[in-house]
Design a protein around this ligand. Structure first.
Ligand code: PEP
Length: 254
């Protein structure tokens, strides 16, 4: 199984600090464990410079969202084919902030996944329950619905090209982290859903954990058998912390 550590920069950095962060990561990439795929998702305006500066480093540059259509009258939007033409290799879709602030539905997110697959970009599909959903014991059902609602129509060959990120909403940017057992239980649940499509799908799709993951809690989280790496927000903005997370993932998944 692949191990992936992906950084979601969200709406942070500016032209010069984004370049400085890419340069810092590229400078530290030598000697990193080769068994970890490294992804960074800068804001749209800084993607071109990130792709240029990351060239040859092994870092995959991702986007944080895309539009579901290939082109057309959608002012302000960015298509998967545009991203592909820039050299983007992956794209986050269905992040809880997109669901919460922009009203994205599972059906819409599924359309975005389809657009990304058609453009040959790896979709990083986010799912996860809200605090009240966990407190009422509905977290497994919520995640099941998100997966079925967005990914239910894809073929096995398409599913095998997707990455899933489980991000409990109550843990994102809050400093609260799912316990290693909570993460493993949900990842095993997601794996069992993938298994209904066959062993090759279950064996091909990495499931990343996201939600206040940092160098002090990553070892325990990444050690769980169904946790195949992390989607990292805050800690991905500090080069040293992000590199520590890569080192930890490389060590525990060795
Ligand atoms: C995220 O938004 O994807 C995320 C995991 O954020 P943080 O690590 O800051 O909780």
């Amino acid at each position: 199984m692949r191990t992936i550590v992906a950084g979601n920069w969200k709406m942070n950095t500016d032209a010069s600090s984004a370049t400085a962060l890419v340069d810092a990561l590229v400078g530290k990439m030598g000697g990193q464990p080769g068994n970890v795929e490294v992804v960074i998702a800068p804001p749209f305006p800084f993607i071109t410079q990130a792709v240029e500066r990351a060239k040859g480093s092994g870092i995959i540059v991702a986007a944080q969202d895309c539009h579901q259509a290939e082109k057309g009258a959608f002012t302000g939007e960015v298509s998967a084919t545009m991203l592909k033409s820039l050299g983007v290799g992956a794209c986050i879709v269905g992040h809880s902030e997109r669901r919460q602030y922009f009203g994205e539905s599972d059906a819409l997110i599924g359309e975005k996944v389809a657009a990304l697959l058609a453009a040959d970009i790896i979709p990083i599909f986010c799912c996860g329950e809200r605090k009240e959903e966990r407190e009422s014991g509905r977290h497994f059902d919520v995640v099941t619905e998100q997966l079925k609602g967005a990914l239910g129509k894809f073929t096995n060959a398409q599913l095998e090209r997707i990455v899933i990120a489980y991000e409990p909403v109550w843990a994102i940017g809050t400093g609260l982290t799912a316990s290693a057992q909570q993460a493993q239980d949900m990842h095993a649940h997601i794996r069992s859903l993938l298994h209904t499509h066959g062993a090759s799908v279950a064996g091909a799709v990495p499931i990343l954990y996201g939600g206040s993951c940092n160098p002090s809690n990553a070892e325990e989280l990444f050690s769980q058998p169904d946790v195949n790496g992390g989607l990292i927000g805050g800690a991905s903005l500090v080069a040293e912390q992000f590199m520590d997370l890569l080192r930890i993932a490389g060590k525990v998944k060795h």
